[in-house]
Design a protein around this ligand. Sequence first.
Ligand SMILES: *Cc1c(COP(=O)(O)O)cnc(C)c1O
Length: 405
Amino acid sequence: MSQRRIFYFDNNATTRVAPEVVAAMTPFFTEYWGNASSAYAFGNQVVKDLDLAREKVAALIGADPREIVFTSCGTEANNTALHSALVTQPGKRHVLTTAVEHSANIKYCEFLRRRGYDVTFLPVESDGSLDLHLLEKSIRPDTAIVSVMWANNETGVLFPLEEIAAICRSKGVLYHTDAVQVPGKLKVDVDELGVDFLSLSAHKLHAPKGVGLLYCRYTAPYHSYLIGGGQEKGRRGGTENVPYIVGFGRAAELALASLQDEDTRIRALRDRLEQTILTTIPDSHRNGGRDARLPNTSNLTFGGCEAEGILLLLDREGVCVSSGSACTTGSLAPSHVLTAMGLSPARAKGSVRFSLGIYNTAEEVDYLLAKLPPIIARLRGAAVDASPSTVSTTTASSLAAPVMA
Ligand SMILES: *Cc1c(COP(=O)(O)O)cnc(C)c1O
């Protein structure tokens, strides 16, 4: 564990747990550590804290608290939505999704395919957007569910959820969205959106890793993914993770309060970072349309560079960024999101994601803007040499990269 200062620009991978969240959680480790399902007061006194947390996360997304099922993570929420739709509609064996979903969805869909289900992965345009006519045409009588994410974790590109939900409603098909990247950055209102299922993960909004939720509209059919005790009104077995759920509730309150900061200050920091890089570093390009995008994310390609090398040299300066999603970092495979947008494998591998958060400052952006250009120049010089210089050797060697989210 290093103690040196870090410059953290990887908030789409995970976020720092807010001190307010730690404070809210601590009593549930040290004092109120009983089982919420116990008959005695020492255990079940925490039920009211679970209820309060459920109200807070419901308020974050405009839901009724009874429509919230707490899960262990965003991945479980995504898996549960698809599982539910398929188990409750056994005659329907088709899933419609996109080629740019998080691996928490893509890999589950690939698993479903191996189990004999039919899955369509919709392509995207070069700016990352979806062709909604194609989406509509791809819904079949046997489509059990449409699962299309809201904000892409790699590029920040936003899909038009309300329009997609309206198409699904008109076709009478369930709609799930992976909205893990959205709360705290944009307003979320499940009724305005018109979705049936929506997934969130707490560690993307300054709460700990290991807790998430699935919003399930009243009218949506539901089937448990984890089968066990009768927790979550029989919808998800497993003893309630009280401290984490309480932390999630506190983080939901903070996320509502930080919406304005994300939309103004963080958006301005991101725009300055992106504009300065694009205008000062030759052969640098933005991935994804400029406007329909999260305010905190910038995904850029540096021609003639490998992102692994950029990450390694930035890491030496204490800067944390990501190449594509952290799940694929270290695998040296080009990002499936960027290749779906038409980038060549080489261009995709030269791409870096910068994702800002509420704790980033203008001074940190200045630091990054000072460190990056010489690193790109150095890597390009090494590439032109084509000699086994120290840089290209380290670039080729495998990175001890964290495999996170
Ligand atoms: C991080 C992330 C997930 C996975 O959430 P976990 O809680 O880490 O399982 C799913 N979808 C998106 C878009 C994400 O960014």
